[in-house]
Write a protein that binds this ligand. Structure first.
Ligand SMILES: [Zn+2]
Length: 165
């Protein structure tokens, strides 16, 4: 944050991609932040991008309360092997942690940082009315996590195979 992304393990190759930020405070795993009358639980899920988090929070409408997850899905953004990422040497371990930890989460509504990661465009079409049920999709979440787990295993396997070349 303080160098505008210059030292990011992957996006740093594009140089400074945002104005440097001086944080008022730094959040840690399971810290709670309370913007307005919301209560966001921070989950340290530092993959895809280093420093990323997921968030859990409750929302209510006139029918019921929903436990929402905004998930930082553990998709892999590098072409290189994990072992080549010198600027983030714990990256592979963090992927393993996030993949496991996410499976243990309970929630009603699943959202993610990128629309495509939770199929926003098929769940909510332009003009669709208010329908939180469209985002109640544990099976979709589990399937997406399973696919990302396979991507992770494949990456590790490629790394193992390259040791023999
Ligand atoms: Zn992204």
């Amino acid at each position: 944050m303080t160098d505008g992304g210059l030292t990011d393990y992957e996006l740093g190759k594009y140089g400074r991609t945002f104005a440097p930020v001086k944080a008022d405070c730094l959040l840690h795993d399971h810290d709670v932040v309370t913007p307005g009358n919301m209560r966001l639980v921070t989950l340290h899920h530092p993959v895809h991008s280093k420093g990323s988090c997921s968030y859990l929070f409750d929302v209510e409408d006139d029918k019921r309360s929903y436990k929402d997850l905004i998930a930082n899905m553990p998709s892999i953004i590098i072409d290189r092997k994990f072992s080549e990422v010198k600027a983030y040497s714990a990256i592979a371990d963090y992927y393993a942690y996030v993949l496991t930890h996410m499976k243990s989460l309970s929630f009603d509504i699943w959202l993610a940082s990128h629309a495509s990661q939770f199929n926003l465009h098929s769940k909510h079409l332009p003009g669709d009315g208010y329908n939180p049920e469209a985002f109640i999709d544990r099976a979709g979440f589990d399937a997406e996590l399973a696919q990302l787990g396979k991507d992770y295993d494949k990456k590790l396997e490629e790394q193992r195979m390259s040791l023999f070349i």
